[in-house]
Design a protein around this ligand. Structure first.
Ligand SMILES: [Zn+2]
Length: 261
């Protein structure tokens, strides 16, 4: 009992210290036209609203799969599409990919598929879409496909009695889903079938989905690629910029002091 009440006191004391407006009560009395407080009514104090915002943000972030610091830092603001040493044709292509991603982030509709080699910027753009939605307080699910397949493989196997899986349902029905690094992963037929079910479900219900892959569409299983390539539902964007890591190393070697554009 004693511990509980002293813990309560500490909590109250810190809330009081935190908010000078409501003294930690969490609510205030609205003002009457006369300027005096209306003691018959209460409204949430701004500190409570901020707290609710923070809670919503942290719930959304947990749900999003974007906990990794690296992914959190991949925003539109941090995207360097002007990479100094890209030839104009590639630079133009990257700029258009960037604009397409930004438009999608503002109003996700249909599917957006980014093709391109590793390091061309497609994962950055996909994560930037996710981070943009999160900042707006909108739910988004970011999934790395090989990790998802690992999960599905361990969950749905002939020996496994599992018929319902939380992550599988979440991914299938996410209001906005980002499938990063879809490829030619060799996995079990059950995991493959589950991935197909996710894609087919989202295709049938036209749920907003972003896919990145370093494969050409014809290298991907045809039931999946035919859905990705359907112009009725989405846009396929081929990013033709090379791996940024190679040109970053090259430019670092060339100019140590000069800041990139
Ligand atoms: Zn307050």
């Amino acid at each position: 009992m004693d511990t509980l009440s002293s813990a309560e006191e500490t909590k109250e004391a810190s809330a009081e210290a935190a908010c000078p407006i409501c003294k930690g009560a969490g609510f205030v009395h609205p003002l009457l036209p006369s300027g005096k407080p209306d003691y018959s009514r209460t409204v949430p104090c701004s500190c409570t609203l901020k707290e609710r915002d923070r809670e919503l943000q942290s719930r959304l972030r947990k749900y999003s799969g974007l906990e990794a610091r690296l992914l959190q830092n991949m925003t539109f603001e941090s995207f360097d599409w002007k990479r100094a040493n890209l030839p104009p044709e590639q630079s133009e292509n990257l700029k258009k990919a960037f604009d397409t991603a930004l438009d999608f982030a503002k109003a996700p509709e249909g599917w957006l598929v980014f093709l391109g080699v590793n390091g061309c910027g497609k994962t950055h753009l996909a994560a930037a879409i996710a981070n943009h939605r999160l900042k707006e307080g909108k739910p988004v699910k970011f999934v790395v496909v090989p990790d998802l397949l690992d999960h599905l493989r361990s969950t749905f196997s002939p020996q496994s009695p599992v018929s319902y899986d939380h992550l599988f349902e979440e991914v299938k029905n996410a209001p906005l889903l980002i499938l990063d690094d879809l490829g030619k992963q060799s996995t079990t037929p059950w995991a493959e079938e589950k991935l197909y079910q996710i894609i087919n479900h989202r295709y049938n219900y036209q749920l907003p989905t972003v896919v990145t892959t370093n494969c050409a569409l014809d290298e991907i299983d045809s039931p999946i690629s035919s859905r990705l390539a359907d112009p009725k539902i989405g846009v396929v964007w081929n990013i033709n910029a090379p791996d940024y890591r190679t040109d970053a190393t090259a430019s670092r070697k060339r100019t140590r002091k000069k800041k990139p554009g």
